[in-house]
Design a binder for this molecule. Structure first.
Ligand code: SF4
Length: 943
């Protein structure tokens, strides 16, 4: 690829399911900069903290650049031949179900399509599943039960048009920040908009909520069946819609009425008053959107939760209309694309059903496939269990890290280690999963690869390369296609470009599809390289057949051959076809600061506007759901552990862990505990604690906070063996799944907590990546100029100078300065190579109080002055430096102490803090935290 230095490349963020457009630019000196794409309809120029820091994550440090076999460098031919021959041989000896692919929502649609085609059409097994199984499989199952198809009806614009937004198990402020910002901006323009947050924790999203329902874990089914019963009791149903467009209402209402209000209160942990206020608000507000994500999906009753929510929307006809509908938002950048290609073990390509013989026949004919899979394959948890018991003998893992992210992670790791043949395609040479691979295949990273992704509102966008492929790296679609060819399926895998893959995927979606399948992007079936290169973001469906419901005038294609000729000439379906399957409308006015006017990318496409669904009778199905309660706690494990994500890290930190900016927000694994529980278990703030379940244990930092629900714990899932001594949280979670979706219950784990009897605590900054194995607890995080390390020790009779020397990796001639107060257990050691700090270690009998930001900055400073060197050993800033405190605004490095000080000086709003400190004025991801600090200071001042 030729790099045009003056050109900004339009691409898409590789993190969450919001799917923000990004403009990336490579300067003449090779430096990459990114900014939000103002023309992308997902974000209109916004990026969150993770998206803003993308340029910090693309270096080649730690990259896997060459194929490896058993740890030695190999050529592509040798590695690909070995993969192909081993898979072929295993299939020949043990049958097609003895092999499996475990893939990822990080893959691009083209990668996903080729992998799925190879496994389901040519190997003849459906043993391909994805880490999206851990993210939104329950939503897929719920959609299919209710709608007869995996259809997300609405659009992001609905969030701005709604009068009531109900956020269920969804911490948008941290996990989908740009959607949160769009809602916050819309609310500023329409203060009458109401927001209800349903979440056991008072997350940062509560900042914009009018009502926070701190629901008991897994109380959601009771909450929404209770709502359905309430709607029935209070004559708040749309009877005409129910009669005309749905089936099963009577049974659903009967089942929902199993609990009276007092019963719902008991099952949800909410008061009858709270329930009454929420229910009456919902009943009275026609324009209601219910947003849900992992808090709903990652549950043993996840599918029922989804259908309990959808039932309430069907009962009130709040679906397929501007500002109304149930809305599943996905975690991963291409979870939706994976669903479209059938990358899950229980789906076929293009939203067709693997159990349906007509669908199998159609896909087989389209692919000219020799051996189409006849039955669903193993879902993720089942797949690793089959690996453990030897049914699967060859596994290919692509772009994911199951040793850290799968439940019962130690058992998963043991199964991978025991598997006779493991292939891993990855961008990194060192992850907890890559270390067990027999064959390592170097895959292209974000910025290097070309393809498409689909976001949560069904919008397909291009990811475009702006960097050369480094080393011998190849894109995933190409690697899989090469293996397919070497397995003897040459013609079917002879793609030369990702455009060819996309065109085939699009053609399959439209193949023999007369509007009976929701997923149809057939208009792109003949797409050529030029059109693909300039493809604008578009929402599906985009059928290629003549369709009276699709407005050809709004065809979202630019450049190359225009397949528009194949479309109906109807200019505005919304006007001319009042009974339409789709509601296609332009953007409704200037909302939330986005540009005025309607471009080709500004179309908003809603499903089910006419009440026709994809079931055989075209009616939506109510699902009869009885609320059940399950007690998982026991005297040995009396608490409920909820796992999740934080603002500035992504999955297992393989990318965000490279960014100093992102690592400064929260730099170590932690657990949130309510003050009452902390007192009960003898835990103080910042203690190191052991959290255990029947499966394993982790060592993390305690964060005592009333934002946590009493009786529950919360801990993030990001930390791995690469960043912590014992922080792999999914070693605690059980392989317990929803019986319909197969999604693991990652948010309701019986656990206990106890203080780790640390004899000494430490904090260090080092220029080189440290290996602090002598410490019982450690966590490393990137900082500007090096690394910062949190430490705790089971013993305190340690040769601290020797430990510091090995930690710093300083040269033999380095100057060491040390301060020891053995009685007080205080030790401070610093080493200088010339004028530079090699490392500094601070040891204390309790959590170390030194300013992290100041200490990290010393790695980048010159240390000519001896007084300055002594200030480091003294452990406090000299001169005018102030301790910024914990970093809140990653973009400008503004800490909590600075914000508190600004509030004391009279800054009483987020805008005022922004004017004074710049905090919150770039990506905006920290605005919720700033607001919380302002409120806390105001309360304190009022007391
Ligand atoms: Fe990326 Fe943030 Fe946008 Fe998600 S919200 S796509 S992480 S920039």
């Amino acid at each position: 690829m030729e790099i045009d230095e003056a050109r900004e490349v339009r691409t898409t963020c590789p993190y969450c399911g919001v799917g923000c457009g990004v403009l990336a630019k490579v300067a003449a000196d090779g430096e990459v900069s990114v900014r939000g794409d103002p023309d992308h309809p997902a974000n209109f120029g916004r990026l969150c903290s993770k998206g803003s820091a993308l340029a910090e994550t693309i270096d080649l440090d730690g990259r896997l650049l060459h194929p490896e076999i058993h740890g030695r460098r190999a050529g592509w031919d040798e590695a690909l031949d070995l993969v192909a021959s081993t898979f072929s041989q295993t299939i020949a000896e043990h049958g097609p179900d003895a092999v499996a692919f475990y893939v990822s929502g990080q893959l691009l649609t083209e990668d996903y399509y080729v992998a799925n085609k190879l496994m389901k059409g040519f190997v003849g097994s459906a043993n391909i599943d994805t880490n999206s199984r851990l993210c939104m499989a329950s939503s897929v199952a719920g959609h299919r039960r209710a709608f007869g198809s995996d259809t997300v009806p609405g659009t992001y614009e609905d969030l701005e048009l709604a009068d009531l937004i109900v956020l269920v198990g969804s911490n948008l402020a941290w996990c989908h920040p740009v959607l949160y910002q769009r809602i916050a901006a819309a609310r500023e323009k329409r203060p009458e908009m109401k927001i209800v947050l349903v979440d056991p924790r008072r997350t940062m999203t509560a900042d914009i909520a009018d009502m926070h329902l701190a629901i008991a874990p897994d109380g959601d089914v009771a909450l929404f069946t209770g709502l359905l019963a309430y709607l029935g009791r209070h004559n708040a149903l749309d009877r005409a819609y129910i009669t005309t467009h749905t089936t099963g209402f009577g049974q659903a209402l009967f089942a929902a009425s199993a609990l009276d209000l007092a019963g719902v209160a008991a099952a949800t942990g909410l008061s009858e008053d709270e329930l009454g206020r929420f229910y009456s608000l919902f009943a009275a507000t026609a324009k209601t959107v219910t947003v849900y994500s992992q808090g709903v999906n990652q549950s043993s009753s996840g599918t029922d939760k989804v259908n309990a929510i959808i039932n309430c929307h069907l009962a009130t006809a709040r679906i397929g209309k501007p500002g109304a509908g149930p809305f599943s938002v996905t975690g991963q950048p291409n979870a939706m694309g994976g669903r479209e290609v059938g990358g899950m073990a229980n789906m076929l390509a293009a939203h067709m059903e693997i159990e349906n013989p007509d669908h199998r026949d159609r896909v087989q004919r389209f692919w000219s496939a020799p051996d189409i899979a006849q039955k669903p394959g193993l879902k993720a948890v089942e797949m690793f269990q089959a690996l453990a018991d030897g049914r699967i003998k060859a596994l290919w893992i692509m772009a994911t890290n199951p040793v850290d992210s799968m439940p019962d992670a130690d058992a998963v790791e043991a199964a991978i280690k025991a598997c006779p043949f493991v292939v891993v395609s990855d961008v990194l040479a060192r992850t907890d999963t890559v270390r067990h691979a027999h064959v390592r295949l170097p895959a292209a990273a974000w910025g290097e690869k070309d393809g498409t992704v689909t976001n949560s509102e069904r919008r397909v966008s291009r990811q475009r390369a702006f960097l050369e492929l480094p080393g011998e790296v190849l894109p995933d679609w190409r690697i899989v296609a090469e293996v397919g060819q070497r397995m003897g399926f040459g013609e079917a895998f002879s793609y030369a470009t990702p455009a060819e893959v996309f065109a085939e995927h699009a053609a399959l979606s439209g193949f023999e599809n007369d509007g009976v399948r929701d997923f149809d992007i057939g208009v792109y079936g003949g797409v050529d390289g030029e059109t693909y290169a300039t493809l604008e973001p578009f929402q599906w469906p985009a059928p290629g057949r003549a369709d009276p419901f699709w407005p050809a005038g709004h065809l979202p294609l630019k450049g190359g051959d225009q397949p528009a000729a194949r479309l109906s000439p109807i200019a505005n379906a919304a006007e001319e076809a009042p009974v339409s399957k789709l509601l296609v409308s332009p953007l409704e006015g200037e909302m939330a600061g986005r540009p005025e006017g309607v471009g080709t990318t500004g179309l908003q496409v809603r499903f089910f506007a006419d009440g026709n669904f994809y079931t055989p009778d075209r009616k939506a199905r109510f699902i009869a759901i009885r609320p059940t309660t399950e007690v998982r706690t026991s005297p040995d494990y009396p608490l409920i552990l909820n796992t999740g994500r934080i603002r500035d890290h992504w999955h297992t930190m393989t990318r965000t862990g490279k960014s100093p900016r992102l690592s400064q927000h929260i730099a170590e694994p932690f657990v949130e505990i309510h003050p009452v529980d902390a007192q009960r278990f003898g835990i103080g703030d910042a203690d190191i604690v052991r959290v255990s379940s029947p499966r394993g244990d982790v060592l993390v930092r305690a964060l005592v906070t009333a934002r946590q629900r009493q009786g529950s714990l919360f801990a993030p899932m990001h930390w791995t063996d690469q960043f912590s001594a014992k922080g792999r949280l999914d070693t605690l979670t059980a392989p317990l799944t929803d019986p319909i979706s197969g999604q693991p219950a990652l948010k309701h784990v019986a656990a206990r907590i106890e203080k780790f009897a640390a004899k000494a605590f430490g904090f260090a900054v080092t220029r080189h990546r440290p290996s602090p194995d002598a410490a019982a607890y450690w966590a490393v995080a990137k900082c500007k100029g090096g690394w910062r390390v949190e430490l705790a020790f089971a013993e305190d009779d340690i040769d601290w100078v020797g430990f510091a020397g090995s930690l710093f990796g300083a040269s033999p001639g380095a100057e060491m300065l040390a301060y020891h107060d053995c009685d007080a257990g205080q030790h401070r050691i610093a080493a200088f190579d010339g004028d530079q700090l090699s490392g500094a270690l601070f040891v204390a009998p309790g959590p170390v109080a030194v300013s992290r930001g100041w200490a990290a900055e010393q790695l980048s400073a010159d240390h000519v002055d001896r007084r300055g060197r002594l200030a480091i050993v003294a452990g406090r800033p000299g001169g005018v430096d102030v301790d910024r405190g914990a970093i809140v605004c990653s973009c400008f490095g503004v800490g909590a102490n600075q914000i508190v000080e600004a509030v004391r000086r009279g800054c009483g709003s987020v805008a005022a803090i922004g004017a004074a400190l710049h905090a919150g004025t770039n990506c905006g991801s920290c605005r919720a935290e700033i607001r919380v600090i302002i409120e806390a200071q105001s309360l304190q001042a009022a007391e």
